[in-house]
Write a protein that binds this ligand. Structure first.
Ligand SMILES: Nc1ncnc2c1ncn2[C@@H]1O[C@H](COP(=O)(O)OP(=O)(O)OP(=O)(O)O)[C@@H](O)[C@H]1O
Ligand SMILES: CC(C)(CO)[C@@H](O)C(=O)[O-]
Ligand code: BAL
Length: 330
């Protein structure tokens, strides 16, 4: 087995529970002290990393043999504080946490930014080690899609509309790779960001429909000080675009507040759409949907848990964001 060890400055790992005393998903684990017993001295710890399915499975089998529960955070790399928050969330739930970095060609259409997508594997490994992640899984494209690969997961339900309008190929690519990753890692818990809210619902549905034995959890969106959701694609924004991008959070915040105060969906949505068209170079959608199914709501005041969602373009960069917008009595 090829297990690469990336030596990094990182705080020490927590003690693992004894064999047979693994933390059970669903119960919050006691973490012990996060403080460094060596004071301010840096501690060099390795971050094991694997690049093939057999090597991954060997590590996972070792963890299972020791009775560890396993958490998993799939990513496309270029890691930021939002990804790291998902890793930390997984660490509170499981004994061992693996994160994957794989820029999945199947979810990019020709002409999208697959080639330009930021790739920063060494920096990603350092951030994961610093967070206390136990394993980096960075498969090659050939390991994920060997010659003759012919299978795709097809979706309906929450995958219809919204992101699928602008990116019709997108969820089949995501669902296929996530099914593979979940099968390969076989985690007890997998954590996905609410920033990609439709993706989170699609994967929750997928895991239920395909009887995958994993709990799909959502992690809250981590934002910049001005409210812009962290995203690997924010690096594409120029200074002036970056300032405009922060307006998306304000527009969604106003939209959500209107709905929680009982304003009719049709009116609140029209106001949010108008503000988005005035601010951005293109608007794919700004809409209020059922928070559980993403079904379209009636025109009156929201009568069930609601999510406001948007996708806009600033220059050539596409931004997505969303917020809860439920009335307190619903
Ligand atoms: N700001 C954020 N807060 C919390 N989770 C996030 C945030 N941004 C992304 N995630 C989550 O991290 C996981 C990996 O996402 P991904 O690697 O595509 O990052 P990204 O920043 O969303 O990149 P992109 O710009 O390509 O959308 C997904 O579950 C995603 O929802
Ligand atoms: C879930 C995912 C890692 C699948 O490639 C990707 O869509 C992402 O990073 O959100
Ligand atoms: N965070 C979603 C991945 C993508 O846009 O391709």
């Amino acid at each position: 087995m090829r297990l690469h060890r990336v030596a990094r400055n990182a705080r020490p790992r927590r003690d693992a529970p004894a064999k047979g005393q693994s933390r059970v998903p669903g119960k919050r684990a006691s973490l012990g002290s996060p403080s460094c017993p060596h004071g301010a001295l840096p501690v060099i710890l390795p971050l094991p990393s694997v690049h093939s399915v057999p090597d991954l499975r060997a590590v996972i089998a070792g963890w299972r043999a020791q009775g560890f529960s396993i958490g998993f955070v799939p990513t496309m790399g270029a890691l930021h504080a939002g990804h790291i928050a998902l890793v930390r969330q997984a660490l509170t739930r499981c004994d061992r946490v693996a994160a994957s970095v794989f820029v999945n060609p199947a979810q990019f259409a020709p002409g999208e930014d697959f080639d330009a997508y930021p790739r920063t594997l060494d920096a990603d490994a350092a951030k994961l080690a610093e967070a206390g992640c136990h394993l980096l899984y960075a498969p090659t494209a050939r390991a994920m899609y060997p010659d003759g690969f012919s299978t795709t997961v097809s979706l309906k339900g929450p995958a219809l509309g919204l992101e699928s309008e602008a990116r019709p190929h997108f969820f089949a690519g995501v669902a296929t790779v996530v099914t593979k990753l979940l099968t390969q890692v076989s985690p007890d818990v997998a954590v996905f960001g609410e920033k990609d809210y439709q993706q989170y619902l699609v994967i929750k549905r997928l895991a239920a429909d395909l009887d995958l034995p994993v709990a799909i959890e959502a992690g809250e969106t981590v934002r910049e000080a001005d409210g812009l959701a962290l995203s690997s694609r924010n690096v594409y924004l120029s200074g002036q675009e970056r300032q405009r991008a922060a307006r998306l959070n304000v527009i969604l915040d106003d939209f959500a507040r209107d709905l929680t105060e009982g304003r009719a969906v049709a009116e609140a949505e029209a106001a949010a759409l108008k503000a988005a068209h005035e601010t951005f170079d293109a608007v794919d959608y700004v809409t209020a949907r059922c928070a559980q199914t993403l079904e379209i709501l009636g025109p009156g005041p929201a009568d069930r848990p609601t999510r406001v969602l948007a996708a806009v373009r600033v220059g050539t960069t596409r931004l997505i964001d969303n917020r809860a917008a439920s009335r307190p009595d619903r």
